[in-house]
Ligand binder design. Sequence first.
Ligand code: PEP
Ligand code: MG
Length: 572
Amino acid sequence: MVRGIGISPGIIFGKAKTMIKNQVNLEKKNIEDRNEEIDRLVHAIASSKQQINEIAIKTRATIGESEAKIFEAHELILEDATLIDGIKDKINEEMVNAEYAVSVVAKQFMDIFDSMDDAYMKEKSADIKDVSDRIIRNLLGIEAWHLADNEDKVIIVAEDLTPSDTALLDKNKVLGFVTAVGGKTSHTAILARILEIPAISGIQGIMEKLHDGDDLILDGQEGIVIVNPSPDDIHDYQEKKKVYDNQLLLYKKYLNKPSITKDGKEVEIFANIGLPDDTDKVIANGAEGIGLFRTEFLFMNRKNLPTEQEQYEAYKDVATRLKGKPVVIRTLDIGGDKEVDYLHLQAELNPFLGYRAIRLCLDRKEIFMTQLRALLRASAYGNIKIMFPMISSVHELREAKQMLQEAKKALENEGILYNDTIELGMMIEVPSAAMMSDLLAKEVDFFSIGTNDLIQYMVAVDRGNEKIAHLYHEFNPGVLRMIKMVIDNAHEANIWVGMCGEAAANPYMLPLLLAMGLDEFSVCPSAVLELRYIMSKLSVDDIKSKLDTILMMAEEHAIEKYMEEYYDKHIN
Ligand code: PEP
Ligand code: MG
């Protein structure tokens, strides 16, 4: 049995498929036979050409013509005489191995394109990287990162999956995944829950413990992997799965019911999405709205920025499908663990404390303005609310609001319709914002508490670092007190306050948040009905009478235990 961190629930049985990413350790080796080495290179280029051609054909059929063109451009790179001759010359003159020659010559070309102050040229550098990595993989006989090519459904085993890798996972091919890197509130984990793909992270030495073709049982709730299980293990987990499935059936009964406590307090249960397609899950799980649309995923897995028209269509699509129910759309939150290659952002020592979200938008105003215009245009077609991420000061908020005003004015001048009473909110996810939430509440229509970041900044624990995940604790008394303060300040200013961080979906946290008076919970779509069910069993008055005592408890584990017992007493 192998233990990790359960990041997305569900019990699955399947075969392991190990995935090695592009990064390979390239050693410089001296060769003896230059002709043999050039032959290897020529073969690798031919294989690369064939692979790229197949991908282009597949892409044209499944995605579209313009995306297929990207791969046609890659084919042209393989025919570029300056590049290929440069590699051959390096082998001939320096008697070095082909993979080393490819990496050095490709890097020289990339540096030239990178130094040009032109977005198109910078893209060319990324294309050369893609192509040269492929040639190197072919030289080394390493399988490329192509989930789409899998025939059977598999459980992916990898050192790491980035959020953009995860966004591409196809549920028809992937049963679940297991990785070494990542915590429960990393964006990879959040996406896995939205996609309903069972997953485990934090398995040290994963590649030694799990091998290609192993039979696995993955329990995403408990964070357990059983490798090559015995018949008894299989039987036990089949029974466990039955219990789990029955629980889901019980929750399904709450599909068309209101979100109301036993003593009649109504709250709203919304859902979080990453891409417009996730809206299907929001509707299927009976959420009362969307409390967080993480728009950055529209910007990933592509080669350039989405245009105003593309964004407008995506936002309009979601808003119209929600038929007048609220849709809180958050402006771009790139950075941290969410990377967008074509923006060529500099690597940072502390990306979560760095150039991300509203900071990037207020610096790259053209990107922000395009998004604000698209959001406003879409607001004419549904109940869209705009939300700014990572606000840390009043000044920053005012600057962003000023941009929104400018976008409104521009649309007015162009005679383009938008909802001029559109609600504007902000995330509370930076401690400074929480501490002065009384001041910020005067400036916006609503707050949404982003506990994923708020906790990491409060307890100084990187949310994606599995080694210190035990210190990242939503029941930390400091965190609980701060959440209460934000809710009180919002209500004092007569604005509503929700929570869209993962803590909102914690069943043991739910009574506390109800007692504090949280107005809206926004959780991954698959958690909506469970929350509604639990809520129906709770009395707000009862838990309210215990709130002061709980907030005086000094130890997060004691609070968590207290809440688990409270849950068991009232729910089971
Ligand atoms: C949060 O920080 O709680 C949040 C909802 O935003 P994200 O997880 O996208 O950083
Ligand atoms: Mg956040």
